[in-house]
Design a protein around this ligand. Sequence first.
Ligand code: G3P
Ligand code: MG
Length: 359
Amino acid sequence: FSSYILHRSFSRVSERPSFGIAFDIDGVILLGNTPVGGSPAALRKLYNYDGTLKFPYVFLTNGGGIPEAKRASELSELLGLNVSASQVLQGHSPFRQLVNRFEDKLIVAAGKGEPALVMSEYGFKNVISIDAYASRFENIDPLAPYKKWTTKLATTQNPKFDESGPQIDVFSERVQAAFIVSDPVDWSRDVQVLCDILKTGGLPGRNVGTQPHLYFANDDLEYQTKFPSERLGMGAFRIALESIFNRTHHHSLEYTCFGKPHPSVFKNAEIVLQKHVPRVDEDSYDINHKNAQPFQTLYMIGDNPAVDIRGARQTGHPWFSILTRTGVFKGKENHDKFPADLVVDTVEEAVDYILAKEC
Ligand code: G3P
Ligand code: MG
């Protein structure tokens, strides 16, 4: 009976799916680089036999550190699916909106992966990674001689991008903004260098000016990887930097955090999901958004009550939140402070619930 309903619901050309799904990545789809909760099988259920998308979905992660296109290829490889770059919304994706403000101005990008490449692909023209920036100042990190890991600058496969940064004089050109693109790697060095930049008005060791802008891609206190208990995230780094800055400077640190749980992230996901709704007349997608109908339900499947569930709840209609037990949340019942509309063990269970309800 249910397969009859499934067939009937979506074989008629006049019917389009009136729902979409946003998948959190860490703790829902992957633990580290390993799929979790039956994620490959769950996602396969959203495709037609010919590999085209049957139901619209996106990845809505607070993580990042590499360009969306590269993340899409990595996910495709890990999950055995064809994920497109436009289906990947990362914590730092909204940084694009700041290009006009900082286009030619010197900015520093921090975090694991290739933060400067990410910003350069968004259109920022004068960006340097914090690694490359710190390497231009002798003795900026007094602990550097004790750090046993390599300090070689990351290499990128993009020949158009020079990881060593633009040829600027860091002693005269002020940093106008610092962007924490992904989780910082060397916290002690980054706290030190960011304090230097932010306290001096963008000229470490030099004169004093107003605090350059500071942006964080997310404010996640903790997130889940392969280790059994949660790991410290960018929000924890933010607390460390802010506490130290405020104890050593006469002005409080000013900053802006992006990412979930901000409703703007969910509203943007809705716009992107519309672009992935299969068209009614042919087997492609309504890229121009011409036949857009409002979604009846949008599902957020996440593992972090304070981030994923809170965000979906704050955004309100048409969001419906589903909490899995494969990540940050490990409780038996629902979360007390940020209860989800539904709690399940795994992402596969969540997708089965959605398809049974919608089809
Ligand atoms: O660094 C990653 C993290 O803070 C959260 O990622 O996919 O759970 O939103 P995600
Ligand atoms: Mg997560």
